[in-house]
Write a protein that binds this ligand. Sequence first.
Ligand code: ADP
Ligand code: MG
Ligand code: MG
Length: 251
Amino acid sequence: MTTLEIKNLHVSVDTPEGTKQILKGVDLTIRSGETHAIMGPNGSGKSTLAYSVAGHPKYTITDGEVLLDGENVLEMSVDERAKAGLFLAMQYPVEVPGVSVSNFLRTAKTAIDGEAPKLRTWVKEVKGSMENLRMDASFAERNVNEGFSGGEKKRHEILQMELLQPKIAILDETDSGLDVDALRIVSEGVNRVKDNTGLGVMLITHYTRILRYIKPDFVHVFVNGRVAEQGGPELAERLEAEGYDRFLVEA
Ligand code: ADP
Ligand code: MG
Ligand code: MG
């Protein structure tokens, strides 16, 4: 059982126009096996929340805490966060020139586990996950993110997640740029990891369509750097019907 606690998180970013406060007191707790949808209009700070928990250097924590089973995440390096069981799939994953998917995955697995995976079982696992995600075997020999289509990037993210077996995953707009078939395959991947490992998920999305495939236990409406309202899955249906206007007016 793992718990990620975000308490009163305040985050700013330096811009050419000066320091800008983006997160203004975020409280959120995610436990193993739970899926939390974070929904909100563009620019409300959803990605900033993901980057802040990931340890992106651009974002300055000005107040609050992030704890993983009581351990201070904000004091951990990015590598230590991954080792501790946090997985952060970014909205715009970076290219890693000259490194094949296969080597990248094995290096990441070795770093996280502290030892190299047994070659034979590892090769089998990678192959199985790739088949589940309908990825061609040749994909393993391509360089990470080099010329990947939107769908390939997302599948690669989920492939990493399935193989690295994190405790808590933060998925930022995993649904963006996916056609219906890819959305279903990627969602099935997330659900498989949830079912097999009890993964806790923070699913950041602008639209409700991915929630038809990945069922949230909790929905949080994010507006202007904080959670404006929370509820169960029915809240997502209301947002689909009513949009974010009501919350924007209140904010
Ligand atoms: P969302 O993911 O909900 O669309 P973001 O977290 O990307 O929102 O952005 C929230 C606000 O913070 C926006 O106004 C955005 O322009 C600003 N912002 C985010 N990151 C940066 C950055 N690195 N530099 C300058 N402004 C940023
Ligand atoms: Mg955005
Ligand atoms: Mg975003």
